[in-house]
Design a binder for this molecule. Structure first.
Ligand code: CP
Length: 305
């Protein structure tokens, strides 16, 4: 069964092919308008979402398919105690492919065992978010022309930010990558990612606390929101939430060629005054996410265009 639970299930060649397909969709949308005619995507979102759920739905509609699903656990029979395994076994009777977000790490992997149709992880707890990484990769490709020889700053909540974990894994396979990990002590990248991904691949990295001091060296700045929903203690969230705020003054410290990404939603960590800076790429990233999800649906459903 074709599933996407972790970005590392995709080889570099498969990512190249998804990017090639996404670029072709951008140039020739009419070619793809009926590609998934008669197919149904189920979006099972046990956690809130704007971009991921709606871009999956827009992606399936633009491929000529249909969509069903729910946007909150309390509007499904999960509220009555139904297990993930039973939920997806049921939905697999109605849909050809499932995109699922769940607060529990590993829930989409569990879903693959009973779904009977391809399952896409649309975010599981603080663990992984592979389709956000596909959006990030297309954005980096379109802004930088490739993935090699880049110094990438990741800033904010590097502990709970699942998009950060997936992006580090994906970028660790390219030559000339350096990571600058900018976070407060309490929100550092988990040790298993440092040892199993960054150090294992001999990637140069620094763990630092100052955004300003490190801005001048970055080719990409990946800002993240402090993940309130993953904190056990509200006081800790309130203390840490505004540690980093990207402002026009701080942007002056960055290269002219800097690209600023953010998976969104943002809260305070990028001032809206930065949005007009040509180096701000986060709304392009939103649109790129839809194209990559279209490419991914085609791949997992084995639809040739
Ligand atoms: N980037 C992202 O996952 O956004 P949503 O939570 O709105 O889906």
């Amino acid at each position: 069964m074709n599933n996407l639970i972790d970005i590392m299930q995709l080889s570099v060649e498969e990512i190249d092919k998804l990017i090639e397909t996404a670029l072709d969709i951008i140039d020739n949308p009419e070619k793809y308008a009926e590609a998934c005619h008669g197919k149904k995507l189920a979006t099972l979102f046990f956690e809130p979402s704007t971009r991921t759920r709606l871009s999956f739905e827009a992606a399936m509609y633009e491929l000529g398919g249909n969509v069903l699903g729910f946007s909150a656990a309390n509007s499904s029979s999960a509220a009555k105690g139904e297990s993930v395994a039973d939920t997806v076994r049921t939905v697999g009777c109605y849909a050809d492919i499932i995109a699922m977000r769940h607060p529990k790490e590993g829930a989409p992997l569990v879903a693959t065992r009973t779904a009977g149709v391809p399952v896409i992880n649309a975010g599981d707890g603080g663990h992984n978010h592979p389709t956000q990484t596909l959006a990030d990769l297309l954005t980096i490709y379109r802004e930088k022309g490739g993935f090699e020889n880049l110094t990438i700053g990741l800033c904010g909540d590097l502990k709970f930010g699942r998009t950060v974990h997936s992006l580090i894994s994906a970028m660790s396979r390219y030559k000339g990558i350096k990571f600058v990990l900018i976070s407060p002590e309490e929100l550092k990248v988990p040790k298993y990612i440092i040892s199993d991904v960054i150090e294992k691949n001999n990637i140069p990295y620094e763990e630092v606390t100052s955004l300003e001091e490190n801005m001048p060296k970055l080719d990409i700045l990946y800002m993240t929101r402090v993940q309130r929903e993953r904190f056990f203690n509200e006081a800790d969230y309130l203390r840490l939430k505004d540690t980093y705020v990207l402002t026009p003054d701080k942007m002056k410290l960055g290269k002219d060629s800097l690209s600023v990404l953010h998976p969104l939603p943002r809260v305070n960590e990028i001032s809206v005054a930065v949005d007009d800076d040509p180096r701000a790429c986060y709304f392009k990233q939103v649109l790129n996410g839809k194209y990559m999800r279209m490419a991914l649906i085609l791949k997992l459903l084995e639809v040739e265009v």
